[in-house]
Design a protein around this ligand. Structure first.
Ligand SMILES: CC(C)(COP(=O)(O)OP(=O)(O)OC[C@H]1O[C@@H](n2cnc3c(N)ncnc32)[C@H](O)[C@@H]1OP(=O)(O)O)[C@@H](O)C(=O)NCCC(=O)NCCS
Length: 196
């Protein structure tokens, strides 16, 4: 599967992506609020191998996409849509980007395309997830996507020294359409092949 936006190309991972992925998955600043990492070379290669296997599953539940900056033909991050096994009209999501590319709207642009694909092509009803309440950039991305803060979980994350809060964010298909976000990306081209 692939999606194309104004500046980005979202495609399935290939084994040769590991150096680009390692460049951000090994960065402690990138994984600060994530439940894994920093990753080693071996862990990065294993992760990519898992993504490739999940992309080949039928039916497919996990869309873990490499985000290529078209101008540089480099993988600068990844974004994920994961359909729940017991209710595949519900999905969770994730995103992480190389630190050098933060603050350019890339995460929002990539997730807009992936949410549009989820709602319009996969027929999702609801996309929701939680994030560390200290993760201001992630909160901001979710708000730019038009997601609602549905929950504030008190002291759910233990970081080894202290407890931290989490927010729950969600958006429904009709809310997405009401915001006209599917129209924002009518320019998104999509395909089913792994390659362009
Ligand atoms: C979260 C992340 C993906 C955002 O990527 P990005 O491409 O920089 O996101 P965008 O540029 O689309 O939007 C980021 C927004 O956060 C804002 N922001 C970032 N840091 C901020 C801060 N410390 N205080 C206030 N706003 C901040 C930016 O200004 C921007 O908002 P704006 O467009 O209104 O100016 C990136 O920071 C990242 O990879 N973080 C590490 C991984 C991670 O935490 N993933 C999420 C797990 S829940």
């Amino acid at each position: 599967m692939w999606l194309e936006t104004e500046r980005l190309h979202l495609r399935d991972f290939v084994a040769g992506d590991w150096p680009d992925v390692y460049a951000y998955s090994s960065d402690p600043d990138v994984v600060r609020y994530l439940p894994f990492g920093p990753s080693s070379v071996e862990q990065t290669k294993e992760h990519i191998a898992r993504c490739i296997a999940l992309a080949r599953a039928h039916p497919r539940h996990v869309y873990d996409m490499a985000v290529v900056l078209r101008a540089e033909q480099r993988v600068i991050g990844s974004c994920t849509l994961a359909l729940l096994e017991y209710e595949p009209r519900h999905a969770t999501f994730a995103y992480l980007f190389h630190r050098a590319y933060w603050g350019h709207g890339y995460a929002t642009e990539a997730m807009r395309a992936l949410f549009t694909y989820g709602f319009e092509t996969l027929g999702l009803h609801r996309i929701a997830d939680t994030c560390d309440a200290r993760n201001i950039a992630s909160v901001r991305v979710m708000e730019k996507l038009g997601m609602r803060r549905e929950a504030h979980y008190r002291e759910t994350i233990w970081d080894g020294t202290a407890w931290h809060d989490e927010y729950g964010y969600a958006i429904l298909a009709h809310e997405w359409r009401a915001r006209g976000q599917h129209n924002v990306h009518t320019g998104v081209r999509q395909g089913i092949n792994d390659s362009q």
